[in-house]
Design a protein around this ligand. Structure first.
Ligand SMILES: *[C@@H]1O[C@H](CO)[C@@H](O)[C@H](O)[C@H]1NC(C)=O
Ligand SMILES: *[C@@H]1O[C@H](CO)[C@@H](O)[C@H](O)[C@H]1NC(C)=O
Ligand SMILES: *[C@@H]1O[C@H](CO)[C@@H](O)[C@H](O)[C@H]1NC(C)=O
Length: 511
């Protein structure tokens, strides 16, 4: 009786959704925008990579420059993180059938070679001898050390670089473009150092990805875990040994659970919280950059933070809501409607405006979740994720909605519309020429801070690829959980060696 009543209530509620959405998408316009902006974003990335990038004269071959902006702010450097997040977008392009682009192979190989050099540069964080130098966040574009004071070390750089090189290595192995030996000799020596760094230093404090606070950072922990899991499989494929990876990865996964705030139904991204709420794009970026298309949504309290997990969805709601009343551009964008989002509400850097890449990531997480639901054939609405779903489908109750049901279609369509809304926000505030800066003004939406930010372009490409259902290969999240309990603060000393790269057969053919 009670059950039937609830189902009726739910059905009625679902029936009214479409009209309650003020954000009616003009699909043609969004599709057209994506098409046009995709070529601009591609060119934008290529413009910022040495040595041939049109906007980065003086950059070493394969060096990814953060932005051509040389003042207010000066981003004319290469950050290990930004490069590590950009390279996978290039690898993904190679895997698309129509894009057998040898120029991209050349860039990827030059990137690898440049990183072999970069790893060995002694710097204010330390040197390669004991691995400490790998934590240095940024270098001059001519591959020399940057010696001024900075938030260092940043321990997300090594795992992101390892994952980027593993993505390229796996692409080469899968396509049979080059020999296992070439991958082992050109990529593995670099990857091995970065993985050793993670097994040795994961449990020591770090500056966060915004280079502001020191402690533990959720994003850093999440990408460290992913790197060790895929590093183990990569080593195996090459007949190499990923020393300590299998032993340490579960401990990092355990530590990842310690950021969850059950009361707030959100991730406290920095520990200590440094006087902030803890709601931060850090967690959204962690979800999209550790997305595994084959991972389950469950394993809630011992698993990875998959985009479709209840925790990641509850966190998405809390995060997006924290910006609704903050920015003038969000006027009229109430709960359940996509909004412009920044890094975190307390942000004042360069005005603390909304960011393109975080708004894109908010959409990307939902496209990821949609992919995972469709693959698994079911959407689980749990007590934890209920507030997220209620905003989109009022009256929905906890339960498992299978793809044969009307509710499944209703939820899926509502989430897709919500996800598109974030791209529509980006579309609205993208200037005529299509350049994506770092931020856009909170009141008038005009671009602010660094122009042509490489990471903004990469974020655009990955978000729109996911929208088309293009996903990266699995990195093994399925086999990685559940995390052990209790957590153990163990580490394994790494072995480091100056990477000596061999020759690229693919590269040689290109010359
Ligand atoms: C590298 O670039 C930095 C910053 O522009 C400059 O100060 C330095 O002299 C350059 N070093 C070399 C060897 O070109
Ligand atoms: C080290 O690991 C323990 C156990 O997971 C954790 O409680 C602690 O916060 C970690 N510290 C850092 C700096 O990662
Ligand atoms: C529902 O999901 C299952 C499991 O993924 C799949 O085999 C089936 O084709 C899906 N059905 C529809 C109608 O999408």
């Amino acid at each position: 009786m009670k059950l039937r009543y609830l189902i009726l209530l739910k059905t009625l509620a679902i029936g009214v959704i479409p009209s309650s959405h003020p954000n009616t998408n003009d699909q043609t316009t969004l599709t057209e925008f994506i098409e046009k902006e995709t070529s601009i974003a591609w060119q934008g990335i290529l413009n910022n990579i040495g040595a041939d990038g049109a906007l980065v004269q003086g950059a070493h071959p394969g060096i990814v420059v953060a932005s051509p902006s040389k003042s207010n702010p000066d981003y004319f450097y290469t950050w290990t993180r930004d490069a590590g997040l950009t390279i996978p977008a290039i690898v993904a392009r190679l895997t698309q059938p129509a894009n057998d682009d040898h120029a991209l192979d050349r860039i990827l190989q030059q990137y690898a070679t440049s990183q072999a050099t970069q790893q060995a540069i002694s710097n204010p964080s330390g040197s390669l001898t004991d691995g400490t130098g790998l934590g240095e966040p940024k270098f001059h574009v001519n591959l020399t050390e940057f010696t001024s004071p900075w938030g260092r070390p940043q321990r997300d750089g090594p795992p992101l670089r390892a994952s980027a090189l593993i993505a390229y290595g796996n692409h080469l192995l899968t396509t049979g473009q080059t020999t296992t030996l070439a991958v082992a000799s050109n990529l593995w020596p670099i990857v091995r150092n970065d993985l050793a760094y993670v097994t040795q230093y994961w449990n020591e404090s770090t500056f966060d990805l915004w280079e502001e606070v020191r402690g533990s950072s959720f994003f850093t922990t999440a990408v460290q875990h992913k790197a060790l899991v895929e590093g183990e499989a990569f080593a195996h494929a090459l007949g190499e040994d990923c020393r300590g990876c299998a032993h340490i990865a579960p401990q990092i996964l355990c530590h990842l659970q310690e950021y969850w705030d059950g009361g707030a139904r959100a991730v406290r991204t920095n520990l200590p919280t440094s006087g902030r709420s803890g709601l931060d794009a850090n967690s959204i970026l962690a979800a999209v950059h550790t997305f595994d298309p084959e991972a389950p949504c469950s394993l809630e309290d011992r698993g990875t933070f998959q985009p479709c997990s209840s925790r990641a969805l509850a966190n998405h709601k809390a995060f997006v809501d924290s910006f609704r009343a903050l920015y003038g551009v969000n006027r009229g964008r109430g709960v359940g409607t996509a909004a412009a989002v920044g890094r975190y509400a307390e942000d004042v850097y360069q005005g603390g405006h909304p960011w393109y890449l975080t708004t894109l990531a908010a959409g990307e997480q939902l496209y990821d979740a949609l992919y995972q639901w469709d693959r698994q054939g079911v959407i689980a609405v749990t007590a934890v994720s209920l507030p997220f779903f209620r905003d989109l489908v009022p009256g929905i109750i906890p339960g498992s909605y299978f793809n044969s049901s009307d509710e499944y279609v209703t939820i899926r369509d509502a989430v897709r519309q919500y996800a598109d809304g974030f791209l529509l926000v980006v579309q609205e505030y993208t200037p005529e020429g299509g350049g994506l800066a770092e931020q856009f003004d909170r009141d008038i939406g005009r671009p602010v801070s660094a122009v042509d930010l490489t990471w903004s372009f990469a974020a655009f490409l990955t978000a729109t690829a996911r929208r088309r259902g293009e996903v990266p290969p699995s990195w093994g999240a399925l086999g990685a959980g559940p995390a052990p309990a209790p957590c153990r603060a163990t580490s394994i000393p790494g072995h480091y060696a100056t990477p000596v790269v061999g020759s690229w057969r693919v590269h040689d053919e290109l010359r």
